[in-house]
Structures are given as C-alpha cells and as structure tokens.
Design a protein around this ligand. Structure first.
Ligand SMILES: [Zn+2]
Length: 154
C-alpha cells in the first residue's frame, strides 16, 4: 500500500479499497471469460471436424421418428460417441457460463465506472487529512496509475 493511502480521509480510504477490489474482480472475470471463450471455440472446432458423422446421426434419429419428439433426441444422444457427447455438453455449459460472466462483467464495469467518477469528484473536494497544501492528490493519481485505474478523465 502506498504511503499516500494513510493520509487519505476515511471516506477516500473506503472508496479506494472498494475500487481496488472491483478492479480485481473485473480482472478475474475477464480471465474466466477468456477461458470459457476458448472452450467454446475448441468445442465448436472439434464438432466441425465431426460434422459429417453428426449430420448422419441427426438424420437417422429424425428418420426413426415421425416428429421431433423426445425419442428422436434420445436416440440421437444414444448414437453419439462419448467424445461427441462430452464436446456438446462442454459447449452448452461454456455458453451458459460465458453469458453469465458477460452479464456480471457488465455490472462490475458499471459499478467501477460510477465509483471512478465519484473518486474524480472527491479529488476536487476534501480528500486527505492535511490542512495545508500537500502532494497527496498527485501521489494518489500516480498510485492509481500503477493500479491501472484512471482518476483523471471522466
Ligand atoms: Zn494531503
């Protein structure tokens, strides 16, 4: 923790803690988003390589029943190889997680940005415990720069 942190007002300390924690959560979510994206791409590529066999299995499952009912889906799934089945399951799960991460990342970014703008406004008001002129504001901006948090531009 930088030395400027100790000179901040209590409210600014809380805001700084919070924005750092949101920033960490955003980074984690971005990693998880990349992982789920890689899983989606790899399973799609894997399925494309098996397209011919998948297509034949779908056709025969549809031929064996007049309507697309649960039996057709069941017979399709029972005809799939273990690899195809796992690939489809991984694809579906990755898509679900990917959309959950996207939604949660959007919420985090919204929270992050409103807190960031709030901190920018705080920089213009009482911000540290010092009575006279000090370097806290400059040091704080530098400190946030190191964390890759922009507290200058709204
Ligand atoms: Zn100060």
């Amino acid at each position: 923790m930088s030395s400027v942190y100790n000179d901040l007002t209590l409210a600014m300390k809380r805001k700084t803690d919070r924005i750092e924690s949101i920033k960490k959560k955003i980074k984690n979510k971005e990693v998880m988003l990349t992982v789920s994206r890689v899983l989606i791409y790899s399973s799609v590529i894997l399925l494309i390589f098996q397209l011919n066999s998948l297509w034949n299995k779908t056709l025969s499952a549809l031929n064996n029943s007049t309507f697309i009912d649960s039996n057709a889906i069941l017979s399709l799934f029972s005809s799939l190889s273990a690899l195809q089945l796992y690939t489809i399951i991984i694809l579906v799960i990755s898509i679900i997680f990917h959309s959950l991460y996207l939604k949660s990342l959007a919420n985090l970014n919204k929270e992050y940005n409103s807190l960031r703008i709030d901190i920018i406004s705080s920089l213009e008001r009482k911000f540290c415990e010092h009575k006279e002129d000090c370097n806290c504001k400059t040091n704080y901006i530098k400190y946030m720069d190191e964390l890759n948090i922009d507290v200058i531009f709204k």
